[in-house]
Design a protein around this ligand. Structure first.
Ligand SMILES: O=C(O)C1=C[C@@H](OP(=O)(O)O)[C@@H](O)[C@H](O)C1
Ligand SMILES: C=C(OP(=O)(O)O)C(=O)O
Length: 444
């Protein structure tokens, strides 16, 4: 056990570099699937049981919003099976107060889709300072094409967002970006619209909504390969079911990269969701020449799952990311930027402008923070150029309250030549509350 990781009350975390990462780790439940399991079971008939739900701040925001609209959800804690008593498609009460989506874009955007069709009911959605600065018109606009009444600051783009529920009508909607949040909001609104709705994506985004809506009994047809057409026909009641949530590949990504770049490391990550719309990171690691072994591949509740063993690779090749692969690894870009600092040659990231509208502007924040450690990174409008084979030095770092930045800087700090401290490291709790204790346990 390494004793160099010291937590103090202001969430300033000191990290002494050195050592390797060795052992097994079980990452918490997939965040995208956790949100969806709560949202869909809320409007199903009867009880749904959810095993492996992520007990982190973002899904808890979703649960709290649903509870405020009369949905009964049993306590969410590690290892507990969560039970949701659905209120049916006509349910969801008008809440007494504003619905607080916290830091979670998925909560706000999917909830918008779920509530816009609740006739005559009034809802206001808000969130923390980060969420209040993230664009919501990308969801409000297509929902208006279905007859929704959505208003907010900056002509409806920013929260607080207010909604007066209306009877919606079906529509054929092409989304301008491959975003699972936009697609899912439209499909949720389509559940109570008059007539069928088709969503056409420019490229395939993660498909957990399609898989899970089918498991709840929705009438959903999918045609085409890339840029699929997804058609939902309303008039079918969703039925409560049993859900098993696999581990989150976006959380596993920190160990996949750490194990590859930290000398002598050997980590086995158990029970990772391997949905092909999410495995871009494995494609990139394979091209970089990383030592990755896929073990025990199986199917659990409609999603592919497996364990992955990763061992240190002495010479990792640089990589390029473009808009084709971006939807399959969108949340893994911050930790891939760290990887780029330690491989041979120059890595190029393009087609990544969506990173600018996440919890922070992740291209700008990663550049600002890693430059404090001496990294050579150049920021472009839609990406970065990163020099490899660097030796980073310790620095006073700041997650800027972004969970993925906090964890990425934690891994970078392990390879610096002197101590670092990370301010606001507790941001990790948004998606991976036990990240820092897992890190401490794996250190050797
Ligand atoms: O649907 C989801 O669960 C998510 C979709 C992605 O966002 P976009 O839909 O904006 O690409 C991703 O970045 C986010 O963390 C979760
Ligand atoms: C972008 C993310 O989540 P959300 O959009 O739900 O805030 C994320 O988890 O990296």
């Amino acid at each position: 056990m390494h004793l160099s990781l010291i937590e103090n009350p202001s969430s300033l975390r000191d990290i002494t570099p050195g050592g390797s990462l060795i052992g097994n780790v079980k990452v918490p439940g997939d965040k995208s699937i956790s949100h969806r399991s709560l949202l869909f079971s809320a409007v199903a008939e009867g009880e749904t049981t959810i095993e492996g739900l992520l007990p982190a701040e973002d899904p808890i925001s979703t649960a709290n919003c649903l509870k405020a609209m009369g949905v009964k959800i049993s306590p969410i804690s590690k290892g507990e099976i969560v039970k949701v008593q659905g209120v049916g498609l006509d349910g969801l009460n008008e809440p007494d107060d504003v619905l607080d989506c916290g830091n979670s874009g998925t909560t706000m955007r999917l909830l918008l889709g779920l509530i816009v069709g609740r006739e005559g009911r009034h809802f206001v959605l808000t969130g923390d300072n980060s969420l209040k600065s993230r664009p919501m018109k990308r969801v409000g606009h297509p929902l208006k094409m279905m007859g929704a009444h959505v208003n907010g600051r900056a002509k409806g783009d920013f929260a607080p967002i207010s909604i007066v529920g209306k009877q919606l009508h079906g529509a054929v909607i092409g989304t301008p970006v491959a975003s699972a949040q936009i697609k899912s909001a439209i499909l949720l609104a389509a559940l109570t619209a008059e007539g069928s709705t088709t969503v056409i994506e420019p490229a395939n985004s993660r498909d957990h909504t399609e898989r899970m809506l089918k498991a709840f009994g929705a009438n959903l047809e999918i045609s085409g390969e890339m840029g699929r057409h997804i058609t939902l026909k309303p008039g079918v009641k969703l039925k409560g079911t049993q859900i098993v949530v696999p581990g989150d590949i976006s959380s596993a990504a920190f160990w996949l990269i750490a194990g590859s770049i930290i000398p002598k490391s050997d980590i086995t990550i158990e029970n990772i969701g391997l949905n092909p719309t999410r495995t871009g990171i494995l494609e990139v690691l394979d091209n970089m020449g990383a030592n990755i072994q896929l073990l025990n591949k199986r199917e659990v509740a409609g999603e592919p799952v497996g364990d992955i063993r990763v061992t240190y690779s002495e010479q990792l090749k640089s990589f390029t990311l473009d808009n084709e692969i971006m939807p399959r690894l969108i949340d893994e870009v911050p930790i891939l930027i760290v990887a780029a600092c330690f491989c041979d040659g120059i890595s190029q990231i393009t087609g990544a402008s969506e990173l600018r509208i996440k919890e922070t502007d992740r291209l700008q924040v990663m550049t600002r923070q890693l430059k404090k450690m001496g990294a050579k990174i150049e920021e472009k409008a839609d990406g970065l150029t990163i020099n490899g084979s660097q030796s980073l030095h310790g620095a006073n770092l700041d997650s800027e309250s972004d969970h993925r930045i906090a964890m990425s800087l934690g891994i970078a700090s392990l390879l610096a030549d002197s101590n670092s401290s990370i301010f606001r490291s507790d941001a990790a709790s948004v998606s991976y509350p036990e990240f820092w204790s897992d890190l401490e346990r794996l250190r050797n």
